[in-house]
Design a protein around this ligand. Structure first.
Ligand code: UDX
Length: 429
């Protein structure tokens, strides 16, 4: 099929590339000329394992194109995906102005029947508003359908998640649109939940909010574990083996971050409020998440004591491993708070340091783990990169001023750290 994807961020670029890999002819559009130029030069604007290779392959096989020109791409497409950003407004509402602008742009170019699919996470009823916007721009109802097809891929494993989804959700109010999307996704051989547009929109919000709830739940349990001398890792294992609970997303840490959970949870609270429901459970999920970062800061202060003039080594900056993304990364909040107290920050991240310089102008960025640990009064682990698991503890200890590890991701065995002479502090154990 001929596909146009409007918005070439994480979701748009991965979706477009994977759909090309499935044999479709895809044009990824973005209004950011620089980004399109980067892609047309064979480079990548984001770091996502495996994506560069897949882009290269599909470009060379002439199935994947990049352009700033919505018109031409939409004119010849059978399906157009809207994958633009829906950033939060100061009150937590999602800002849908990009979605509206794109809907108007699409409307200008519709000549043959097309399915307009919302991929961005949007509040319930956005699909209907997109349809109204296109209709109000003078396009006849027979020439288009709107569908909701939320994306569940995770950064860091985006291609695998797209190619092997647990389920695909298609919300459409017409049989024609359903059939088109069924045909498109057939090669993935995954269960498809067909429903109406509003239900599909809610499925996306409910799924992300539920996962965030799971994380806040285990973070709350980690606090109780610390107070009662239990071990949260073992509690999570004991709970997670119950298939009704499941072992995923029960990892206690320094709170969830990223471009989705913080934004989507607060947007869902706003959506519920507008509809007349006070979603107190989700408000508490947000509170626990905020408190978890603050609690981690308290741990640092208790261990290091006076922060003024101390050197703190930070290992890991991205909001999760295998990405260079720093959006809503707990590291930013933690480092800024430590710097305010007068601590000197040395940082190392395998992928995110390029971006980090703009967020953290006062930190010193190091070439590797050991350079980062050199002269440190304490080391913090803020992202669970695989590379950190392989740290040579003896060498690490020699580099540090004081052998203190404060691990926000529970990466190391407590006994082993003690045996190696470290004062090792972790979460919930
Ligand atoms: C998430 C959803 O998983 C995905 O389905 C949706 O499409 C987009 O949002 P993403 O933000 O890429 O994906 O990352 P994810 O792996 O879900 O992690 C989000 C945050 O939760 C990270 O900060 C991570 O460190 C944290 N997390 C995750 C935990 O603290 N504990 C866990 O057990 C799992």
């Amino acid at each position: 099929m001929k596909i146009a994807i409007i918005g070439s961020g994480y979701v748009g670029l991965t979706t477009g590339t994977c759909l090309a890999e499935l044999g479709n002819t895809v044009t990824c559009i973005d209004n950011n000329k620089e980004k399109i130029q980067i892609l047309n030069n064979g480079e990548m604007p984001i770091f996502e394992p495996g994506l560069a290779e897949l882009v290269k392959k599909n470009v060379s096989q002439k199935r994947l194109f990049f352009s700033t020109d919505i018109k031409n791409a939409v004119k010849s497409a059978e399906i157009v995906f809207i994958a633009v950003g829906t950033p939060p407004k100061p009150n937590g509402d999602a800002d849908l102005s990009f979605v509206e602008n794109v809907a108007k742009e699409i409307a200008k170019s519709i000549t043959n029947y097309i399915v307009v699919v919302e991929k961005s996470t949007v509040p319930v009823e956005t699909g209907e508003k997109v349809a109204r916007t296109i209709e109000n721009s003078g396009v006849s109802r027979e020439l288009f359908d709107v569908a909701s097809n939320p994306e569940f891929l995770r950064e860091g494993s985006a291609i695998h998640d797209f190619m092997h989804p647990d389920r695909i959700v298609v919300g459409a109010n017409s049989e024609k649109a359903r059939e088109k999307l069924e045909e498109l996704y057939k090669p993935l051989n995954a269960p498809i939940v067909f429903t109406d547009i509003r239900t599909a929109e809610i499925i996306k919000h409910a799924s992300n909010s539920f996962l965030a709830t799971k994380i806040s739940f285990i973070n709350a349990i980690s606090r109780i574990c610390e107070l009662s001398g239990a071990n949260v890792e073992e509690v999570a294992l004991g709970m997670g083996l119950d298939r009704r609970i499941g072992k995923e997303f029960l990892k206690a840490g320094i709170g969830y971050g990223g471009s989705c959970f913080p934004k989507d949870v607060s947007a869902f609270i706003q959506i519920a409020k507008k509809k007349g429901y006070d979603f107190r459970l989700l408000k508490e999920v947000e509170e626990i998440n905020k408190a978890q970062t603050e609690f981690f800061l308290k741990k640092i202060e208790e261990t290091v004591w006076n922060l003024n003039g101390k050197t703190i080594a930070v290992l890991g900056l991205s909001f999760k491993p295998n990405t260079d993304d720093l959006r809503e990364a707990p590291s930013i909040k933690i480092i800024s708070a430590l710097e305010k107290e007068g601590a000197k920050i040395k940082a190392f991240d395998p992928a995110a340091m390029g971006h980090a310089k703009t967020f953290l102008p006062n930190a010193a960025f190091c070439k590797n783990i050991y350079e980062c640990l050199f002269g440190a009064d304490a080391a913090l682990i803020l992202t669970e990169w695989d590379e950190f698991k392989k740290i040579d503890l003896k060498k690490a200890k020699q580099q540090m001023n004081t052998p203190v590890f404060i691990d926000g991701r529970n990466m190391f065995d407590q006994k082993k750290m003690k045996e190696n002479g470290f004062n090792y502090i972790s979460i919930g154990r």
